[in-house]
Design a protein around this ligand. Structure first.
Ligand code: NDP
Length: 391
C-alpha cells in the first residue's frame, strides 16, 4: 500500500491540485485517508466518493446534512465542527497536506505536527501567526516540514541547511500581481473583479487578493524567516513578472542558486509529496526559448505598503506577525465583500498593527496557543472596527 495521505483543505485550489497529482500517480502510490473542507459539502462528498478516505470533516456545521446524505451508506466516517477538524489533523497519516486558508489552519496543522510525520505546508498563515510555537512543535515532534509555497519550496531545493554560514541571502521572487504597473491613483479605483484575476497564478480568492496587494510576499517573508531561521535583513524580495525563477539563494562566494519551472503549483506539491524522491507531475515543461525574456525589478514600497508592514511586524517580533495576519484576513474579507477599497486593505492593516505597537501591547510572551488566539481575536475585533471607519 502507498503513503497514507490527509489533505486539510481538500476542496481548495491546493487541495484539488494535490488530489489531481494523487489521481495521476495511482492508488498504489498514495492512499487518501482523510479530507476536510469548511462549507463546501458537495465538493467534499464528490471527492470522498472518488478517493474513499476513512474520515471526512466539514468544519462548518451549516451544510452537515448535505454531506451526511451524500455519503449515506458509503462507510466513510464523518466529522463535523472544529474539534473534528483538529482530529483530522491527528488522523494517522504518512503525509499531511496543510492547505486550509488562514489562521483557521493553525490548530489542525499543529495536531498534524504532533504526529511527527511529513507535512506539506501550504498554509503560510499558520506559520505567520504562530511562528515560534509552530517551529518548536516541529522540532519536538521530529516532523519533516516540506514547504509547498513555490518560493519556499524553491529555497528548500537549493539550500543546504547544514552549511548555513555559507549563505549570504535568501531572495524571494514576486510576480508583482495584476497592478504591478498601476499608478497610485489607478490603485484607488481597483475593483474586486480586477484584483481576483491574477496574470500568472490560479489560486484561491484570499491569496489572489494578497498577491495583488503584495501582502502575500510580506507573509512569505515572515514564513521564510521562521522556516529557514533568517532575520528580515537576510531576505530580499524582487519582482519577477514571469514567475519562472521561483526563488534564489545567494552564497558567500557570489554564487546564486535558483530553482526554475513553469508557474504551476503541482511542481512544489509533487516535490513535497514525493520527498526525498521525485515523482512525475503533468506540468508543462519549461521552455526558456519560448519565454525568451526574464525581468527583475525592485518592489515599490510606496504603492505597495504591505511589504513594509510585514517587515515591520517581523522585526518587531512577538505577536506583531499574529496581529498583521489577523488584520489582513479581516481586511481582505471586507474587500471581497465590497466593504473596503483596495487601498483600504493595507491602510487597515497599518492602523491595526500600529495601534498595537503604540500601545506596546506585544509585551506578553507567545509561548502558548491561547496567547496567540487572544492576540488574533483582539486584532480581528480592532480590524472590524477599522473597516467600519475606513470604508
Ligand atoms: P482556497 O481558498 O482555494 O481553499 C481553502 C481551503 O480551506 C478549502 O478547502 C476551504 O474549504 C478550507 N477552509 C477555508 N476556511 C476554513 C475554515 N475556517 N476552517 C476549515 N477549513 C477552511 O485556498 P488555496 O488553496 O488557494 O490556499 C490554501 C493555502 O495555501 C493558503 O494558506 C495559501 O496562502 C497557500 N498557498 C496557496 C497557493 C495557491 O496556488 N493556491 C500557492 C501558495 C500557497 P471550503 O472549500 O469548504 O471553503
Amino acid at each position: 500500500m502507498g503513503k497514507r495521505v490527509t489533505i486539510l483543505g481538500s476542496t481548495g485550489s491546493i487541495g484539488e491540485s494535490t488530489l489531481s497529482l494523487i489521481d495521476h500517480a495511482g492508488s498504489d502510490q498514495y492512499k487518501i485517508v482523510c479530507l476536510t473542507a469548511h462549507t463546501n459539502a458537495e465538493k467534499l462528498a464528490k471527492q470522498a466518493l472518488k478517493f474513499r478516505p476513512e474520515y471526512v470533516v466539514l468544519a462548518d456545521p451549516m451544510n452537515a446534512e448535505t454531506l451526511r446524505e451524500a455519503l449515506h451508506g458509503s462507510g466513510i466516517e464523518i466529522g463535523i465542527g472544529r474539534e473534528a477538524l483538529i482530529q483530522a489533523g491527528a488522523w494517522d497519516a504518512d503525509f499531511i497536506m496543510a492547505a486550509i486558508i488562514g489562521a483557521a489552519g493553525l490548530e489542525p496543522t499543529l495536531a498534524a505536527v504532533a504526529q511527527g510525520k511529513h507535512i506539506g505546508l501550504a498554509n503560510k498563515e499558520c506559520l505567520v501567526c504562530a511562528g515560534d510555537l509552530f517551529m518548536d512543535a516541529v522540532k519536538q515532534s521530529g516532523t519533516t516540514l516540506l514547504p509547498v509555497d513555490s518560493e519556499h519550496n524553491a529555497i528548500f531545493q537549493v539550500l543546504n541547511p547544514e552549511r548555513r554560514h555559507e549563505v549570504r541571502k535568501l531572495i524571494l521572487t514576486a510576480s508583482g500581481g495584476p497592478f504591478r504597473t498601476f499608478s497610485h491613483s489607478e490603485l484607488q479605483n481597483v475593483t474586486r473583479e480586477q484584483a481576483l484575476s491574477h496574470p500568472v497564478w490560479e489560486m484561491g480568492a484570499k491569496i489572489t487578493i494578497d498577491s495583488s496587494t503584495l501582502m502575500n510576499k510580506g507573509l512569505e517573508l515572515i514564513e521564510a524567516s521562521y522556516l529557514f531561521d533568517r532575520a528580515s535583513d537576510d531576505i530580499d524580495i524582487i519582482i519577477h513578472p514571469q514567475s519562472i525563477v521561483h526563488s534564489m539563494v545567494e552564497y558567500v562566494d557570489g554564487s546564486v542558486l535558483a530553482q526554475m519551472g513553469s508557474p504551476d503549483m503541482r511542481t512544489p506539491i509533487a516535490y513535497a509529496m514525493a520527498w526525498p524522491e521525485r515523482m512525475e507531475a503533468p506540468v508543462k515543461p519549461l521552455d526558456l526559448v519560448e519565454i525568451s525574456k526574464l525581468e527583475f525589478s525592485a518592489p515599490d514600497p510606496k504603492r505597495f505598503p504591505a511589504l513594509r508592514l510585514a517587515r515591520e511586524a517581523l522585526t518587531h517580533g512577538g505577536a506583531a506577525p499574529t496581529v498583521l495576519n489577523a488584520a489582513n484576513e479581516i481586511a481582505v474579507d471586507a474587500f471581497l465583500h465590497e466593504k473596503l477599497s483596495f487601498l483600504g486593505i493595507s491602510a487597515c492593516v497599518d492602523k491595526v498593527l500600529n495601534s498595537f505597537i503604540s500601545e506596546q501591547s506585544f509585551a506578553k510572551p507567545l509561548a502558548l496557543l491561547d496567547d496567540i488566539i487572544e492576540y488574533d481575536q483582539s486584532a480581528r475585533r480592532r480590524a472590524q472596527q477599522m473597516v467600519s471607519g475606513i470604508g
